[in-house]
Design a protein around this ligand. Structure first.
Ligand code: DX5
Ligand code: ZN
Length: 214
């Protein structure tokens, strides 16, 4: 598939040098900046919140792709939207009975809406909402930490979603993405790749980003 979007995850960047690490991936061809928000409840880890999104907004021209791994996402959408998020992706598992409302809320702020499914969640649960969504994020690890191993079974959900959604939906994958697993996912129909460790722990960021494009 052409025009693969590469979204480095700043979870693997140096938090004391976020501006520098964001500018580095922008300079070397990243398309979006992926921001992992974790609350210590939905996932067993705490990362960053809306004030950090607000601070990084002026340092890059790239879209900020904010991945909310939090309970009660509806309580925080306004603050992330006004902080400058361009995409807000919440987890189906965090609000299975409020999906439609949350998508509408995200769009009411002029932000593009995404939904994510964890490894054990079947893709069928999001089929009713595909027409309302800009993006579906298929997790290829259990959310919570960078640097985990890619789960092939999760990637097998991609063709099912692509078949139902058509070509305009962005299908994103996140977790354990490297040169090899990126190819598996794009062959399956994904067109947006999140990568943390593969990009930020590499000694050649430019080559790492380029290799993801195949
Ligand atoms: C995991 C996060 C990912 C993480 C990916 O819960 O959603 O975005 O940063 O890290 P890597 O690419 O190292 O698996
Ligand atoms: Zn993520």
């Amino acid at each position: 598939m052409n025009n693969v979007i590469v979204a480095p995850s700043i979870l693997s960047a140096d938090f004391a040098n976020l501006q520098k690490d964001i500018m580095a991936v922008e300079q070397y061809g990243a398309d979006w900046i992926h921001v992992d928000v974790m609350d210590g409840h939905f996932v067993p880890n705490i990362t960053i919140g809306a004030p950090v999104v607000k601070s990084i907004r002026p340092v890059t021209n790239l879209p900020l792709d904010v991945h909310l791994m939090i309970d009660n996402p509806e309580k925080y959408i306004e603050s992330f939207a006004t902080a400058g998020a361009d995409f807000l992706t919440f987890h189906y598992e965090a609000a299975p009975d409020r999906v439609k409302e949350i998508i509408s809320m995200i769009k009411s702020f002029g932000v593009r809406a995404g939904i994510s499914i964890k490894p054990k969640t079947l893709p069928d649960v999001i089929f009713p909402y595909l027409a309302d969504l800009d993006l579906v994020l298929v997790m290829t690890v259990e959310p919570g930490f960078g640097g985990q191993e890619f789960m092939y079974d999760c990637a097998q959900k991609i063709p099912q979603i692509r078949e139902k959604a058509g070509q305009s939906l962005i299908i994103q994958v996140d977790g354990g993405i490297n040169k090899e697993t990126a190819k598996i996912c794009t062959d399956f129909g994904a067109n947006c790749l999140v990568a943390g460790n593969y990009i930020y722990k590499s000694d050649n960021i430019q080559a790492a980003i380029r290799s993801l494009r195949g």
